[in-house]
Design a protein around this ligand. Structure first.
Ligand code: NAD
Length: 357
């Protein structure tokens, strides 16, 4: 089992360092991972002039899974677009054909006060948003800004194309039905079929695919209602699946229900279950190098890796249980700290998770 480790920029090396220690602790218990490190993002621009260098590409292609910290930083914001760290991220996602983005939003009861919603609305929340990542209006052609003849003479128009093929919808539907089978067997598909033909096809194909998963209860919801229900009664959901643009917005909304960006992992999968695993937060340049960043989102990303790429459910559940245990012990990094709890740094949090394992 080969893992390509990409610490990236900012707090990336600090948080990935702890996640790697957790995987090494499990290695002693029979989880046999080979880990090799490479450069992605700003650090790769500094070293090789390219945010996704050839050596990284080679390693990432050969690996079964990729563990990523985060990329980016203010010092790179003025570089030409093709050298920006984000290009490295888009590059690796595209190169590896990662079309399915899985974002759990879990609110541990101990952290219920971190949410801006009432604790009773969100305590114990555990939903998974599956977002299609390589299609939709973000990639559809034609696109652009051009000058056209209008009623009032020539003026500029901007346009994009929302497009999904049946096979693209079917493969993301399958990933979400499979994920629902591993959870509470409820799937809500989100679309805008009352206005957009493209999403009428989405609904038709997801409904058809449901025939292969008789144990999963499928429902459909319009995206505007879904945005509302997520803040009204988020616990009604188990797994949600939607397209790239709606998923972009809804997954950010869902993550904020938990109020703790330092706690949330994510996975992006290809058709064979190879995946890139990363926390949902960025490189947090404001706290980089201080040893205070929360490593739990990255540690929880390794649990997703063990579950979705390597099929090691027991080891994944062990990591998640260890995280729950350290929270119950009252340990908190600065981002989730509240009165009465013990404030710890990045490494101490890693130590505690390993001890709890
Ligand atoms: P950010 O997520 O890096 O930080 C937002 C806030 O949350 C900051 O105050 C930060 O200190 C805090 N925070 C984030 N992660 C934390 C953690 N693990 N522990 C404690 N606090 C944490 O978002 P931003 O400030 O908008 O972006 C900073 C840089 O990261 C930018 O260059 C941006 O492009 C990049 N970015 C990268 C990714 C990625 O690599 N996937 C995602 C988002 C942003």
């Amino acid at each position: 089992m080969k893992v390509c480790v990409l610490p990236g920029d900012g707090i990336g090396p600090e948080i990935v360092g702890q996640a790697v220690r957790v995987l090494e602790a499990l290695r002693q218990d029979g989880v046999k991972l080979e880990m090799e490190t490479a450069l992605l993002g700003g650090c790769a621009v500094d070293a090789a002039g390219d945010p996704y260098p050839e050596a990284t590409r080679k390693l990432a292609r050969q690996a079964d899974a990729v563990l990523l910290g985060a990329v980016g930083g203010p010092q790179y914001d003025t570089l030409p677009r093709e050298q920006r760290p984000e290009r490295g991220l888009l590059g690796i996602r595209k190169d590896l054909g990662l079309f399915a983005n899985l974002r759990p939003a879990v609110l541990y009861p101990e952290l219920a006060n971190a949410s801006s919603l009432k604790p009773e609305v969100v305590a114990g929340l555990d939903i998974l948003i599956v977002r299609e990542l390589t299609g939709d209006i973000y990639f559809g052609e034609p696109r652009g800004i051009e000058t056209r003849d209008g009623a009032n003479g020539k003026e500029r128009v901007g346009f994009n194309t929302m497009i999904y093929s049946e096979s693209e919808i079917r493969r993301i539907a399958r990933v979400s039905f499979e994920a629902a089978m591993k959870r509470n067997r409820k799937l809500c598909s989100v679309d805008k079929m009352n206005v957009l033909e493209c999403t009428q096809l989405w609904r038709d194909v997801v409904t058809d695919e449901a025939k292969n998963y008789p144990d999963v209860a499928l429902s459909h919801m319009l995206v505007d209602n879904a945005a509302m229900q997520l803040v009204r009664n988020p616990k009604q959901f188990d797994v949600m699946v939607t397209g790239n643009m709606f998923g972009d917005i809804l997954s950010d909304e869902a993550s904020m229900l938990t109020g703790s960006i330092g706690m949330l992992p994510s996975a992006s999968l290809d058709e064979k279950g190879k995946g890139l695993y990363e926390p949902i937060h960025g490189s947090a340049p404001d706290i980089a190098g201080q040893g205070v960043a929360n490593p739990l989102a990255t540690i929880l990303s390794t649990a997703m890796m063990l579950r979705y790429t390597f099929g090691l459910e027991a080891a994944a559940a062990r990591i998640e249980a260890a995280v729950k245990k350290v929270l119950a012990q009252g340990l908190r990094t600065g981002d989730i700290h509240e009165a009465g709890m013990k404030k710890v740094g990045t490494r101490e949090m890693g130590d505690a998770v390993i001890a709890a394992l």
